[in-house]
Design a protein around this ligand. Structure first.
Ligand SMILES: C[S@@+](CC[C@H](N)C(=O)[O-])C[C@H]1O[C@@H](n2cnc3c(N)ncnc32)[C@H](O)[C@@H]1O
Length: 439
């Protein structure tokens, strides 16, 4: 070709470290950054739902096998400007695709477009596919041509096209069709479970660490307890995953990958109080099944119990209690007020000395019934729903005494935003949750 080729992205440091982008969920960028820095990554720059970084090959493999907070990891390989699909085609056809994509292996493309120059994202993707196909065709020298093997279900290689304005970035996705939140333990029947990456992130944002007590009293399918259990067990979280598009990359070093996976087991803690419960026996059954699938029966106990009757476990250090209560789709508004009021009352009266994390939609009216002041609030997305992850320190005494280390250990729990005193018994009218069994 006589025309100048587009340059590949220069994403390699003199140290040999290579540049990548990790995609994550909103609010979890600092957690991803800490994971990366612990693995020796440099130039770690958090963005919006993403973190860019440079890392050694070994560090990258370790990150891929152990990251709790990553959703995808991309390696940008080409970056150029284009003022529309045809311009992009003309530039993409001249790229050195052979360095990155093997035309004999199956392939899928995905696309994110935010540009008036590219009004139809699927069309942009088809033009890129045409460019790749024509590129290989031109290089086949009449030897029968090259037919790209597009396989959307189980691609061996995944090319990601990102267009913002006129900036086109083409990256290789190292993960594959299933993002990293698919951990493989979920019982198929689980209803409205939390995303696994989000759940691990909520634990991280709450400052929970393996070995600390975790109580998950509205456990549903048990995501909090299972994520905490896997963390405690020191299992590389993605050890069971065997389809990585990374394997299809020409630079993939299988010996190093194996070495890293053999050494990736963190120190495991064989006993930790992780207690899951729900008042409905159906999710309890699902949670038990998932705990079994994850191999965590020795670490996670799952029971049927109403949170409002639940007392903190005896003989353990107070730790973190996490609640992801129902928020309205199947609960009447009055009952939601009672539910959230009941939760606030129970936390205040029974769980002194614990830290509590509550996840609820930002706009939920009933949150005002909790009657406790969070020490920290994080905004996260639970699917399309903007939610608050509110953390409460349920200390004894007044907040000001707690902050300045002068709490009276024998005083009753006294929270500045008053919850009416109810004595020992937390009175609460149970909400009518359709389909919930109350045994
Ligand atoms: C939104 S779901 C939790 C989903 C869970 N985080 C997961 O990942 O599967 C809320 C759960 O709270 C339970 N629940 C509601 N009120 C309860 C109560 N008073 N005591 C115990 N569980 C309750 C429901 O049965 C339901 O399983």
């Amino acid at each position: 070709m006589s025309e100048k080729q587009e340059e590949p992205v220069v994403l390699e440091q003199p140290s040999g470290m290579v540049g990548y982008v990790c995609r994550t969920l909103m609010g979890l960028e600092p957690l991803v950054s800490s994971e990366l820095e612990a693995l020796g990554a440099i130039d770690v720059v958090p963005g919006r739902r993403s973190v860019s970084f440079f890392i050694s090959e070994e560090g990258l493999y370790r990150f891929l096998q152990t990251s709790r907070f990553a959703v995808r990891v991309l390696r940008p390989v080409f970056r150029f400007k284009a003022n529309g699909p045809d311009d992009m085609y003309a530039k993409a056809v001249k790229l050195d695709w052979g360095m990155w994509v093997d035309p004999r292996r199956s392939l899928a493309l995905d696309v994110t477009v935010n540009s008036p120059e590219f009004p139809h994202d699927q069309f942009a993707m088809f033009r890129l596919k045409d460019a790749m196909s024509d590129h290989y065709q031109a290089r086949s020298n009449g030897n029968g041509g090259v037919h790209l093997d597009i396989n959307r279900m189980e691609p061996e290689q995944l090319v990601h096209l990102h267009i913002a304005g006129e900036d086109v970035t083409i990256s290789l996705d190292l993960i594959g069709k299933d993002a990293l939140f698919k951990r493989g333990y979920r019982a198929p029947r689980a209803r409205a479970p939390l995303n696994e990456v989000l759940t691990a992130g909520l634990l991280g944002l709450a400052g929970w660490k393996p070995g600390q007590t975790l109580v998950d009293p509205m456990c549903g399918s048990g995501t909090f307890s299972i994520e905490a259990g896997l963390w405690t067990a020191g299992v590389p979280i993605h050890a069971g995953r065997n389809a990585w598009t990374l394997y299809g990359m020409p630079q993939f070093n299988s010996d190093l990958w194996r070495e890293v996976s053999e050494s990736a087991r963190a120190e495991s803690i064989s006993r930790a109080p992780i207690l899951a419960s729900d008042w409905n026996k159906h999710p309890v059954g699902d949670a038990r099944e998932s705990v079994r699938t994850a191999g965590l029966e020795h670490l996670v106990r799952v029971e049927v119990a109403d949170f409002l009757d639940l007392k903190p476990p005896r003989g353990v250090e107070p730790g973190l209690i996490v609640l992801n209560p129902p928020y309205g789709q199947r609960v009447h508004a009055d009952d939601l007020d009672n539910l959230y009021g009941g939760i606030g009352g129970a936390l205040k009266h029974r769980w002194t000395g614990w830290r509590a994390g509550l996840l609820f939609p930002k706009e939920l009216e009933a949150q005002h019934r909790i009657g406790l002041k969070p020490s920290v609030k994080h905004t996260v997305m639970n699917g399309p729903l903007s939610c608050t992850w509110a953390l409460y320190d349920l200390y004894k005494g007044k907040r000001v005494d707690h902050l300045y280390g002068d709490a009276k250990s024998d005083s009753a729990t006294e929270v500045e935003n008053k919850v009416e005193p109810e004595g020992e018994t937390v009175r609460f009218r149970r909400p009518r949750v359709q389909g919930a069994s109350e045994d």
